[in-house]
Design a protein around this ligand. Sequence first.
Ligand SMILES: *Cc1c(COP(=O)(O)O)cnc(C)c1O
Length: 369
Amino acid sequence: MRACAEIDLRAIAHNIALIRAKTKAQILAVVKADAYGHGLIPVARTAVESGAQWLGVALLEEAIALRQAGIEVPILAWLTTAGDDFEAALRNHIDLSISSVEIFDLVLAQARKIGVKPRLHFEVDTGMSRGGFLEQWSAFINSAKAAADEFTLVGLWSHFARADEPDEPMNRVQIEEFEHFRFELESAGIKTEYFHQANSAAALTNPQSHRDIVRIGIAMYGLSPDLETMGDSQSLGLIPAMTLKSRLVVVKKVPAGSSVGYGATARLDRDTTLGVVALGYADGIPRNTSSSAKVSIAGQLAPVIGRVSMDQFVVDLGPDSIAKTGDWVEIFGKSGASVDTWAKAAGTINYEIVTRIGPRVPRIYLPNN
Ligand SMILES: *Cc1c(COP(=O)(O)O)cnc(C)c1O
């Protein structure tokens, strides 16, 4: 095997337990995008075994894949759109998020056709200007009320724009806005059981936002929502679940003055030992990383040198390295090189690093027991 992503399901269980200890709310484990690259089904099973009462995904296909794997807890899909297979959604008892009159009408039409009562969560826009009802809300409440016996309103929900900046006043404003939407819904005589607004950052820092359910993604995978404002995984007590490893395809001595990689963007200022790692941008290694991205080999850090290619990249092991062709290196994981340093070196966030690890990289699971 040239490379693998080792997924520690015990870390997932630990991270969920840590959040459960901080809240009375129910836990919705967010497993969209192949569980942030960690593998949909094993992560979902671990989350449910660890006490998550709900699962959340973006796409309907993701929700249906969970049902096909035999997972029975409520699943919320929040990115449904025209053209989606609402019949499959209803037959699989997927909770659907509704953000517009148009999709509401499509879902009800399908529901009448097959005689299934949809379970819905209305999404409201409290300031992010992404999903959620805004100007249609008042009119929508009237049509929802008129059709009230045709669906079950399970929840009302919204999403924070800046929860990872705990001191940001916008968080308070979004909580107040959410209250206004709730008030309008209840004033119209429409009842619902669950209110939810918090993501990982809010679950970790803002108890006032927890309401009935917290929707946790990044923290469940052991990563910090924002290093600057919230500290790193370790300071939050989280354990990163993914370790990305690869073998060195070749290790060799290269003389000072040689250039490295496409574009000859790096040049060696000393004789050194280079190692070729068997992962590239096709596997989700960002092409534009500076030498501040490092891999770990036998407890030593070695910086990336030159541009990342499609299937491989080069690291500078140093003149005295005793590494050999075929040795394993850790791109990120438990021994020094981290998702966070890769994110920083590539000018992005840890979310993007893990979700982009591609399908060519096998996931190997360390079981949770
Ligand atoms: C992705 C997502 C989450 C999880 O966010 P994290 O920051 O990863 O905790 C929660 N709710 C919604 C609607 C999302 O799309």
